[in-house]
Design a binder for this molecule. Structure first.
Ligand SMILES: [Zn+2]
Ligand SMILES: [Zn+2]
Length: 735
């Protein structure tokens, strides 16, 4: 990293050097003391280059020095040229997240300093305008370039060539002849400004009411949380776009969080239709150059609206006026490695620190948000009916115990008939199965051996197109063996259960004429192929889309009238607190894909438990009945949001050390009122990437400070350094 130092003027040399606590983006316990050059205006958030060992490290002035180290032994940190600083509210946010998640603050700061280059002085690039000379030889190609340059705008060689429809050599010839002259432009073109008046929108009654409420909150510049709660297709996006309009009018910035990058493409287009340009994007797929551009534009206020994944929560907004968390119930908002945090919950915290409204949008809210909204802590803004002519789909359960299909068949007769009818009517269908690959389990029919991962306690999933068995936990893969590795028998390995590939195989036999595509987050069906399949579906180039949960969310397929759920019971019985809620949300979202335009939709759900509360709520369409039942269940169990949970995960390559550590930790748990500790128990994947994993679960009553409890507990035990301890406050996954 190139750092330019700012040296103080000579007359300041007599004053004592200021000192400060500097936080480094590393997993250290806290800030370190440094001297700063004399005359430095010591501000919280000031970016400095600080020596650490033999290298220079970017750091941030965090507060007063702790003061135990003498001046002569203190190293000097030097501010960056131009003194860029991290906004103070963002520093406060870092402290808050660190405190809440029990993470070292430097680890949270590292998420803020994601683009080191953004703090360097902006580079320039060369562009060309009309020069003083007129070339002697004027071809029609040259004339086109000069005519273009006559508008006075500076363009790069590439842009001139492209816009004039000539080769770059023509442009270079004109530069040599002096007909084009070089000029310097900032490295990045400015971000376009979204135009609130670009498109007119008509809102229905409920939408208008919700939009008015949100606009008022944005205009008031104060913290408030709303749950924007409406069935899929009820027009939530149009409503929160009105809040975006108000924020733009107030000259403030907007952050829109989406759970997955896969959803952004359609979203960006939708935004452009409303505001005339795309918003800035922030996610892990950006190149380092794009990252620099966006980061700077967010910091100086040029980027007015940012759409991003959870990490965009840590961007240095200059004047944040609104945060929207779309699909707020999504598990993808939980960051599960490194610093473990929930982006939805932290978005609410950031909104409070920034004093701006936060909008949580969902058709199937998390139970937490539902309870907050119905108890009045959040404003509950409900959108009832579907927008325009669309009506809710009819949901029917298919009892697989009665509709017993022959072995190796996954589509029951009623589902087949419905697909055939949709095909005959020229309408589209979607088959949903939340399982990638061909078959989840391969076993030997001679000896019963199950093919499992070398490094994890999980089955290997067959991917038949690629002729491989793969671990979906760690990525370990082998070629499908010709004989059983255990007993050596040949031709005895059999595939058990279906994945999407297997459903597609059966489908192709049943409906050889249908145009079909698979969408699955997979190496075979990677993001690009998935996007292509989704686009083909939207354009009606295929009749049937077979997919995993990637097809469940956000997509709008106007001609889709039939959704078939192959196995609704998947993931319903793993003893995890949120399994029922998740199953309901996912199936409800999938169902919502059907009949989003003028044509009515039908949803057929194959299940072995038609009496189950989740299935009953889906069939009756009574969503809130499910939520109320789930609320009661959680309340009785003291489970979130009525109590709080934290998980402690112990992991390491030395299985014995992990087991010992688990026991030692459980023994050392301080007794406290309103606190229960369970475990240690082997984690769901007891072996993951070669590491043994044990879990302890802490459940506390709502009024207990769980962070303080955990700190006291963990500080009181000395564990083997072969064991890694991870704390997950408010866990959402129980693996
Ligand atoms: Zn065998
Ligand atoms: Zn594995």
């Amino acid at each position: 990293m190139k750092l330019a130092a700012l040296r103080p003027a000579g007359d300041l040399l007599l004053q004592p050097a200021p000192r400060a606590g500097v936080l480094l983006p590393l997993p250290l316990s806290g800030a370190y003391d440094y001297k700063l050059p004399k005359g430095t205006n010591v501000l919280r958030g000031l970016l400095v280059s600080a020596p650490l060992g033999s290298r220079e490290q970017m750091g941030v002035v965090w507060g007063a020095a702790e003061g135990s180290v003498g001046d002569n032994r203190l190293k000097e940190a030097v501010p960056f040229e131009g003194h860029p600083a991290i906004p103070e509210k963002l520093c406060d946010f870092v402290d808050w997240v660190a405190q809440y998640t029990l993470s070292p603050p430097g680890m949270i700061l590292a998420m803020v300093l994601r683009s080191g280059r953004a703090f360097e002085p902006p580079a320039m690039r060369t562009a060309f305008v009309r020069g003083g000379e007129t070339p002697k030889r004027l071809t029609s190609a040259r004339e086109r370039v000069l005519a273009l340059a006559d508008d006075g705008l500076a363009r790069s060689v590439g842009t001139l060539a492209e816009e004039a429809g000539v080769s770059p050599a023509v442009v270079r010839g004109l530069i040599e002849a002096g007909a084009l002259a070089a000029t310097e432009l900032p490295e990045f073109p400015p971000f376009p400004v979204p135009d609130p008046t670009f498109a007119t929108v008509e809102l229905n009654g409920a939408q208008g009411e919700a939009a008015d409420g949100l606009r008022g909150e944005v205009a008031a510049h104060r913290f408030a949380v709303s749950l924007l709660d409406g069935v899929t297709g009820s027009g939530k996006t149009e409503v929160y776009f009105e809040a975006v309009v108000e924020a733009l009018r107030q000259d403030r910035q907007v952050l829109i969080l989406l759970p997955e990058i896969a959803l952004t493409v359609q979203f960006l287009e939708r935004f452009a239709e409303r505001f005339g340009c795309r918003p800035a994007e922030w996610h892990s797929d950006l190149s380092s150059k794009e990252r620099t551009r966006v980061y700077r534009a967010v910091m100086n206020g040029e980027a007015r609206v940012v759409v991003g994944a959870r990490s965009s929560l840590f961007l240095p907004f200059k004047e944040l006026g609104l945060i929207i968390v779309d699909e707020e119930h999504e598990q993808a908002y939980k960051q599960e490695d490194g610093a473990i945090y929930h982006a939805r919950d932290m978005a609410v915290v950031r909104g409070r620190l920034e004093q701006c409204p936060v909008v949580l949008a969902s058709a199937t809210p998390s139970l937490e948000s539902y309870v907050n909204a119905t108890s009045g802590r959040y404003a509950h803004r409900r959108l009832g009916a579907r927008h325009g002519a669309a009506t809710m789909p009819a949901v029917r359960l298919i009892d697989l115990r009665q509709e017993k299909a022959e072995a190796g068949s996954w589509l029951s007769l009623p589902l087949r008939e419905a697909v055939a009818a949709a095909l005959a009517a020229g309408e589209q269908s979607m088959l949903f199965l939340n399982r990638r690959g061909y078959a989840p389990l391969t076993l030997c029919s001679a000896c019963g051996h199950k093919m499992t991962c070398r490094d994890c306690s999980s089955w290997l999933v067959e991917h038949r197109y690629r002729k491989r068995l793969a671990c979906h936990q760690c990525g370990y893969e082998i070629a499908t063996p010709p004989k059983c590795p255990e007993c050596g028998a040949e031709g005895t390995l059999i595939a058990c259960g279906p994945g999407v590939e297997r459903v597609a195989e059966e489908f192709a036999v049943l409906f050889p004429q249908a145009r079909v595509a698979i969408a699955s987050s997979d190496t075979m069906h990677g993001p690009r192929e998935t996007q292509a399949a989704i686009r083909a579906m939207a354009k009606r180039e295929i009749d049937v889309l077979i997919g995993t949960q990637i097809v469940a969310k956000g997509h709008h397929f106007p001609q889709l009238t039939l959704v078939g759920v192959i196995d609704a019971d998947l993931g319903g019985s793993d003893g995890d607190l949120r399994a029922r809620e998740r199953t309901f949300q996912l199936l409800h979202q999938v169902s919502g894909r059907a009949g989003r335009a003028e044509k009515a939709g039908t949803v057929l759900i194959q299940t072995r438990n038609p009496k189950d509360a989740v299935m009953a709520a889906l069939a009756s369409g009574d969503r809130d009945a499910f939520y109320e039942q789930e609320r009661l269940y959680r309340e009785r169990a003291g489970a979130p949001p009525f109590g709080r949970l934290a998980a402690i995960i112990l992991s390491g390559h030395d299985g014995g050390a992990v087991t010992d550590a688990g026991r030692a930790l459980a023994k050392a748990a301080p007794a406290a009122k309103g606190v229960k500790v369970w475990g240690p128990t082997p984690a769901f994947y007891h072996l993951l990437r070669g590491q043994t994993r044990e879990r302890l679960l802490v459940q506390v009553e709502r009024n207990v400070d769980v962070q303080a409890y955990l700190r006291t507990w963990l500080a009181g035990v000395k564990l083997s350094n072969k064991v890694r301890v991870t704390v997950d406050v408010d866990p959402v996954s129980f693996f």
